[in-house]
Design a protein around this ligand. Structure first.
Ligand code: ZN
Length: 245
């Protein structure tokens, strides 16, 4: 490899600016914690946030992005549809997308899934046990058979998503529910991974196993032959026979 993987970490970045209970764990924003662990793995990382022009996701930025990570919660509706169109096109052209926690309800994830992406939730700080159900999957590399998050927000089934192309994690919660917490998809030339742990008032993104998953997911979602080459975009047109017919 001659060039580092180029990652853009996108964050809504509202809670951290206005709420002490969030700033306590993420004083610089969730995006900076994620960016730090990806850089520590040798990736070239930039960040982008909702309140920047074009949400920080200009055509130029996305063209230089191999994998985009997405964290949003309270302001999904403020994301411009034109930017959602743009991100979707880049995913179809090969950019990887990692959707985290409450990003399940983002416009871009719902667009790519085509379902409501609704789920059940509960916020009482209970324990979560994340089971690896596909130990040979690259996103599970280096993980034990399960790991625990001492205090989490419960996300429970039914989760209204299409059946994942590959299911990597299933979470169990102290309160009794289960959830498909690590789901891999392919759309066009792009790879998508959804990972549910990561509530804003809990230090979940500081946990080493969680960081391991995110690093693994970014590596897995990198386009084949990255950096992605725009000229490889699949042209859908009337097919000419390859042999005389
Ligand atoms: Zn949450």
């Amino acid at each position: 490899m001659t060039q580092n993987l180029r990652v853009t970490v996108w964050n809504e970045f509202r809670h951290e600016r206005h709420r002490d209970d969030v700033r306590r764990h993420y004083p610089e924003g969730i995006h900076q914690v994620l960016a730090h662990c990806l850089r520590a793995d040798g990736m070239t990382v930039r960040t982008a946030t909702l309140d920047e022009p074009e949400h920080g996701l200009t055509e130029a930025v996305l063209t230089e992005t191999d994998v985009l990570t997405w964290w949003g919660h309270g302001a999904h509706r403020e994301v411009d549809d034109a930017i959602v169109d743009r991100v979707q096109q880049h995913v179809l052209d090969g950019m990887g997308l990692i959707v985290l926690h409450s990003g399940h309800f983002s416009k871009i994830f719902k667009r790519l899934m085509g379902t409501t992406c609704e789920l059940r939730w509960r916020e009482i700080g209970e324990k979560e046990r994340v089971w690896v159900v596909s130990p040979s999957h690259p996103v599970a590399a280096g993980l034990p058979e399960y790991f625990e998050i001492p205090h989490t927000e419960m996300y429970g089934e039914p989760f209204d998503i299409p059946a994942p192309d590959e299911l990597v994690f299933i979470s169990w919660y102290q309160g009794g529910e289960v959830f498909r917490s690590g789901c891999a998809y392919r759309r066009g030339r792009g790879k998508i991974f959804y990972f549910s742990p990561g509530h804003e008032t809990l230090p979940i993104y500081h946990q080493p196993e969680v960081q391991r998953v995110i690093v693994n997911a970014v590596r897995w979602a990198a386009p084949l032959g990255w950096p992605a080459v725009a000229s490889t975009r699949i042209q859908m047109k009337r097919a000419v026979p390859l042999e005389p017919v």
